[in-house]
Ligand binder design. Sequence first.
Ligand code: NAD
Ligand code: DAU
Length: 340
Amino acid sequence: MKILVTGGAGFIGGNFVHYMVNKYPEDEIVNLDLLTYAGNLETLKPVEDKKNYRFIKGDIADRDFIMELFQKEKFDVVINFAAESHVDRSISDPGIFVQTNVLGTVVLLDACRAFQVKRFHQVSTDEVYGDLPLDRPDLFFTEETPLHTSSPYSSSKASADLFVMAYHRTYGLPVTISRCSNNYGPYQFPEKLIPLMISRALAEEQLPVYGKGDNVRDWLHVLDHCIAIDLIVRKGREGEVYNIGGHNERTNLEVVKTILKALGKSEDLIHYVTDRPGHDRRYAIDPTKMEQELGWKPIYTFDTGIPETIDWYLNHKEWWQNILSGEYKNYFEKMYGERL
Ligand code: NAD
Ligand code: DAU
């Protein structure tokens, strides 16, 4: 199979490329990424010389480029990770979220239609369901929960999901959608809660906790997300949505304190700051459909995954320090400059 992975230089897409290239040597994995601020080719170093892997720089929202690429490559499967993914950035600059997350997805859908792609998989998010109240621990997001978004980011992702389902119903395009909870693990950009807190705690810098720190997120190790997507693409039913999560709810304060304890740092570093506007209170996934229909079960709990993740950031300081210094931006030039 020839598989196009978009956004494979980002956090989850990068982990997914590692997983697929190693698991399926007979498949061809093509990674298309625009290399925005969040795209980092250093993440792909462990696979960049593998025979079944190729990188292409490009924009999913560039219609002419995408149509030409699909005509030339004849992909069997397209898995769309490419997105603007940070909620805080969507609050200060929503426009690019519409451009990439909505228009980019529609361009990919059109290309899949035009060139008879056998499966289009959209990597969506639990944020499309909005949030749950803190005092109702009995409530969870199921695939039937109505879309009810809060931020420009989640609105752009929900909008993309609606287009994906419309292309299935109207044109019969073979699609699937996954909606996962918060991911953590190796290669996450240090603007997101866990790597941000690890890097700042190590530097003895203040740790900015929004509001009271009582918002709840449902944490899943990125490898468990990758395994779930692979299963959906191979065995999931066309036109279906699958929720992915492992019942690992923690308040933000609990997460930050866990990190501080593991690093032997003082809780005095915690600094409460003004809350995120429209801040979602609680996310919690009901993964019954994934478990019963596809036999998926996460490998990690938060308690087993978080120490391993903290160790990864301790052992790969160069990876995230290059991001903080901006050095990672030079990697593309070094690697590909002479070849273009
Ligand atoms: P990320 O920001 O780390 O990576 C996004 C990647 O997309 C980057 O490599 C970037 O260069 C690329 N990209 C951006 N615009 C592009 C464009 N126009 N054309 C081609 N490539 C482009 O994001 P992530 O955290 O890895 O998230 C990946 C996907 O998973 C997103 O769709 C996100 O909505 C979804 N998701 C994320 C989480 C999470 O916890 N991080 C949870 C559930 C779902
Ligand atoms: O639920 C899935 C979503 O999880 C994905 O769709 C998004 O792409 C991903 O970014 C993530 O969104 P969140 O907003 O939940 O993640 P973030 O790491 O930005 O924040 C996690 C929680 O921590 C949230 O309640 C806000 C809080 N926070 C975050 C930062 C960056 C802080 O308190 N301080 C911070 O500095």
